[in-house]
Design a protein around this ligand. Structure first.
Ligand SMILES: [Zn+2]
Length: 92
């Protein structure tokens, strides 16, 4: 997974301040419409036209599930990795 800088913004799910976003699909440059994930709460995100970070619309998630099952599986895997790490942080 690569990381890219995004305009300073807060996660719409948890309020975590973000300056970088992970790229689960290994694309190099962020572009509007790209899907990402919050490294803090593992909430699914989608970049807006100005690279602002928005919640991933449920309809988009369903579309992804149906049309890009491999990408969606990657996203779910990434989410489980983040959640495990967050749990680990809390118990250590
Ligand atoms: Zn978050």
């Amino acid at each position: 997974m690569s990381e890219f800088e995004v305009p300073k913004t807060s996660c719409p799910w948890c309020g975590h301040e973000m300056t970088h976003a992970g790229d689960p699909f290994g694309m190099n440059a962020p572009k509007p419409g790209d899907i990402s994930i919050c490294a803090e709460c593992a909430g699914f995100l989608q970049l807006g036209t100005d690279l602002s970070v928005n919640k991933l619309e449920p309809s988009t998630e369903v579309y992804l599930m149906k049309n890009q099952p491999e990408a969606y599986a990657n996203l779910l895997h990434l989410q489980s990795v983040i959640l495990e790490r967050v749990e680990g942080d809390r118990t250590s």
